[in-house]
Ligand binder design. Structure first.
Ligand code: FAD
Length: 381
């Protein structure tokens, strides 16, 4: 259990205040503290907390965590080097560059602790409710254990994820038509039908589900589903079981009693990624369906990339910094999200997906350019 900050002067004006301690927020806190800035990061949740995610870090994500000094291998993460795709009873195996599978309960706590070690101050159970700009700082109104509090910082980073509502009043979020919703859960005991080191991807008419072994042999399952499939099935477990069955993969026991975490409409973009003395990072800045398992890499890269602008903003705010952030975000993440979106649109057409599977069975190397593109390292400006 990670505890709230104690003994710190919360009345001070922090250099950076980060809302959300998921992957993006905790990485930003770690990097900002490593740069010598004073950092407070807050999260409404108590950690460890569950989160709808597939728990697969691709090679680029593992590299970004390593660069920040966090070795995921020490967390009991399982190395992953193969992707097995199943659709309508046909399967194809595709080698992937070495990634890691680790639950978000373990990973997020490790990254928060790493940021704390670097000097960042963390407050859990603290929900940001509002934010207002003043010439020299921003104020964030928050609630901790039922008590209202007011926090001040020269720069605010909003990393409140897909479900974040801190900036909802300012609008600007566009949700894609027919966007799917997310689900994830972990089976503590699962049959040996699913081997460690492989991401099994089951594709059905109304969505897809990924299955992977995480630490301690637990089987983690994450799915993206059409909203109607999620509503019509009698329970999340049944909706996921239907997709796995349809793909031809074996349905693990216990899906109906598994504890599921949900995620709202997945494919969305935000029109503006900044405000005065405020930048938006991670999923809060825009997201697409997670088929290619890159979301955490995007979140980590956005946290790294915004920091040079944050350091300049600590000295003085200029709207130009915000515009630069939008440009950099589009260059760094936008092109990758477009690739991922193209793949997920193809997967909605069962006929085309079957053709792709048959072609890949004949020649698995056809997938190499896409696999390389997804895993390419981030070149930060
Ligand atoms: C079904 C599914 C499967 C996925 N599979 C993968 C995968 O296999 N690999 C991969 O790389 N990515 C995957 N992703 C994507 C990945 O989970 C996200 O991209 C990543 O978690 C984004 O990190 P983040 O820090 O932006 O947001 P989050 O991790 O969601 O963190 C946001 C944090 O903000 C906090 N918060 C929200 N509002 C407030 C507030 N008002 N005040 C304080 N705190 C607040 C929340 O409690 C939360 O802790 C998947 C996503 C889904 C939905």
């Amino acid at each position: 259990m990670i505890c709230a900050a104690a003994g710190n002067n919360l009345d001070q004006v922090w250099d950076v205040l980060i809302v959300g301690a998921g992957i993006a927020g905790a990485m930003a806190a770690c990097r900002a503290a490593q740069m010598g800035l004073s950092v407070l990061f807050i999260d409404k949740a108590a950690f460890p907390r569950g989160k709808a995610c597939g728990c697969c870090l691709n090679q680029a994500a593992v590299g970004l965590l390593n660069d920040a000094g966090l070795d995921v291998g020490t967390l009991g993460a399982i190395p992953v080097d193969r992707f097995e795709f199943a659709c309508g009873g046909a399967t194809v195996k595709i080698p992937t560059p070495a990634g890691m599978a680790v639950s978000r309960e373990i990973l997020d706590v490790a990254l928060i602790r790493h940021a704390q070690k670097a000097g960042a101050v963390f407050m859990s159970g603290t929900a940001a409710l509002s934010t207002e700009a003043f010439p020299d700082y921003r104020v964030v109104g928050a609630r901790q254990n039922g008590m209202a509090t007011s926090l001040r910082a020269r720069v605010v980073l909003v990393a409140d994820g897909l479900g974040g509502r801190l900036l909802s009043e300012s609008g600007g979020v566009q949700i894609a038509a027919r966007s799917r919703v997310g689900l994830a859960g972990t089976l503590e005991k699962a049959t040996n039908l699913y081997a460690p080191g492989i991401i099994y991807m089951a594709c059905g008419k109304r969505g897809y589900a990924g299955l992977v072994r995480v630490e301690n042999g637990r089987l983690h399952i994450a799915a993206a589903l059409d909203t109607c499939a999620a509503r019509q099935a009698s329970g999340a477990g049944n909706a996921v079981a239907e997709i796995i069955r349809e793909s031809g993969l074996p349905v693990p026991e216990g899906l109906a009693i598994c504890r599921w975490h949900g995620a709202p409409a997945l494919t969305r973009r935000r029109k503006t990624l900044f405000d005065q003395r405020l930048f938006i990072i991670g999923d809060a800045a825009g997201y697409v369906e997670p088929f290619s398992g890159e979301g955490m890499a995007w979140a980590l890269a956005s946290a790294n990339c915004v920091l040079p602008l944050v350091a300049r903003c600590v000295k003085a705010w200029q709207p130009e910094l915000g515009r630069q952030w939008e440009l950099q975000h589009r260059e760094l993440i936008g092109s990758r999200q477009r690739t991922c979106r193209a793949v997920t649109l193809l997967l909605r057409n069962q006929g085309l997906t079957r053709v792709a599977v048959e072609a890949l069975k004949l020649s698995p190397t056809l997938a190499t350019p896409l696999v390389r593109r997804i895993n390419r390292p981030f070149v930060l400006a």
